[in-house]
Write a protein that binds this ligand. Structure first.
Ligand code: IZC
Ligand code: ZN
Length: 417
């Protein structure tokens, strides 16, 4: 079969070997192919490997010189709060002084401040702001993300957020998998009626399902937000009507959200800074991904999740940016990967697997993305770095040179084209 695009002169092609969730020692097993090429047709990888690519050439084949640089699969950021109004720098100095995240929320700030700003924002405001963030992500080599709602806390604004994500998914190279996070906080109008709010979440969830506006449902399962029983009620109903499940679990207190995620066969349990050893063991025996968000620990000056214990016990570990205006105000997923090494003590190979195939698995897309494999989407990043370790070591900068999304060159020489 002839290729419409060939990437050649690749110093090292670095990719997970199998389209399966990776656990334990498997998280260090990457294929590294020197002097490689990738042949692409109609957005899909038709072949890759060492040596001569000429048999795939036809008259019109676009030849892309990787200039003897390294190549990895497109990065997958599987936990973001992409679409939101405004920002929260007005709370930044309080945070520096040491006022806890939850105290700011309890006083009507935090998430509730972003809810106010998101309700006020027009569709176009939200769209333009989120598009700018997506451009930033694409320049960093991110080709797929998950994006949560959760700043409307009423039907109208939650749908506005999800519609923005849907339109961005259509017009932007980055693919977006949407999650309904109505259970992110208790809105002011339901201050004394949590049951009433949960009922409205259950009702809205069904409409969102019918309108196909989200693939997953998530709950912020945390002390003073939604407890285990409330989270269970929402997630069980979500599962019944066909959503994938995600849980903000054991971020600040060990409530047992990860155990609940395993019990309900959730796609991911996210954060896990305060998870109990018992729940690490449950996760290790399950198919639920342990999605770690070290940028949030960095920004909130919190402990880091015990990634070593999770990997060594056999959990499927992924990492994500948690990009949001309150606890992780940065789109820089490469920075997340760098501190995953430095602070979670993950090896560079483990981090690459966590940011590609394990993240793809967590989004239910392991057959389509997450590795450079025949038949998969040609989501490919060329990095201006001599080797994989260098990307994680030289931190705080963007190493991406060129990006292909579904076989199309979308970033060239660090510019979106
Ligand atoms: O806006 O503060 N943790 N939700 C749960 C967040 C952080 C986002 C925010
Ligand atoms: Zn989050």
């Amino acid at each position: 079969m002839r290729a419409d695009t060939i990437i050649y002169n690749i110093k090292e092609l670095i990719t997970p070997r199998r389209s399966l969730p990776h656990r334990g020692k498997e998280m260090s097993q990457l294929d590294v192919i020197k002097d490689a090429f990738i042949a692409i047709r109609n957005g899909k990888i038709i072949d890759y490997g060492k040596g001569n690519h000429s048999k795939y050439m036809q008259e019109n084949t676009y030849l892309h010189d990787a200039n003897n640089k390294i190549v990895i699969p497109g990065l997958i950021d599987s936990h973001t709060h992409l679409v939101h109004g405004g920002s929260r720098e007005s709370e930044f100095r309080k945070k520096i002084k040491g006022v806890p995240y939850m105290d700011i929320l309890k006083k009507g700030g935090g998430i509730l401040s972003t809810v106010q700003q998101t309700r006020k924002a027009s569709f176009d405001d939200l769209f333009n702001k989120a598009k700018k963030s997506l451009d930033e992500m694409l320049l960093l080599g991110v080709t797929t993300i998950e994006a949560k709602s959760g700043y409307g806390l009423n039907y109208e604004t939650e749908v506005k957020q999800l519609e923005v994500a849907k339109k961005l998914n259509e017009i932007h190279p980055i693919d977006i998998s949407s999650t309904y996070l109505g259970a992110h906080a208790l809105p002011k109008e339901f201050k004394d009626d949590k049951d009433g709010y949960i009922k409205s979440v259950l009702k809205d969830m069904a409409l969102i399902r019918n309108n196909d506006l989200a693939e997953s449902v998530d709950v912020f399962c945390e002390e003073a937000v939604f407890n285990i029983e409330e989270s269970r009620q929402i997630l069980e109903e979500a599962k019944k009507i066909g959503f994938f499940l995600r849980v903000h679990a054991d971020e600040l207190t060990p409530l047992g959200g990860a155990g609940l995620a395993v019990e309900l066969n959730a796609s991911s349990a996210d954060h896990l800074i305060a998870i109990s050893d018992e729940d690490i063991n449950k996760l290790a025996k399950s198919k639920t991904v342990a999605n770690l968000l070290p940028t949030t620990s960095f920004y909130l000056n919190k402990d880091y999740a015990n990634a070593r214990e999770m990997i060594d016990n056999g959990c499927i570990v992924s990492v994500s940016s948690d990009y949001n205006p309150g606890s992780s105000p940065s789109e820089n997923f490469q920075f997340t990967m760098q501190i995953a090494c430095n602070k979670l003590r993950m090896k560079p190979k483990e981090v690459l697997i966590a940011a590609t195939i394990n993240a793809a698995y967590g989004l239910g897309k392991k057959e389509k993305i997450g590795s450079i494999s025949k038949g998969k989407d040609a989501d490919i990043v060329i990095l201006d770095a001599p080797n994989l370790d260098y990307i994680m070591y030289h931190f705080g900068v963007n190493h991406t040179q060129d990006v292909f999304k579904f076989g199309k060159l979308v970033v060239k020489d660090r510019q979106i084209i």
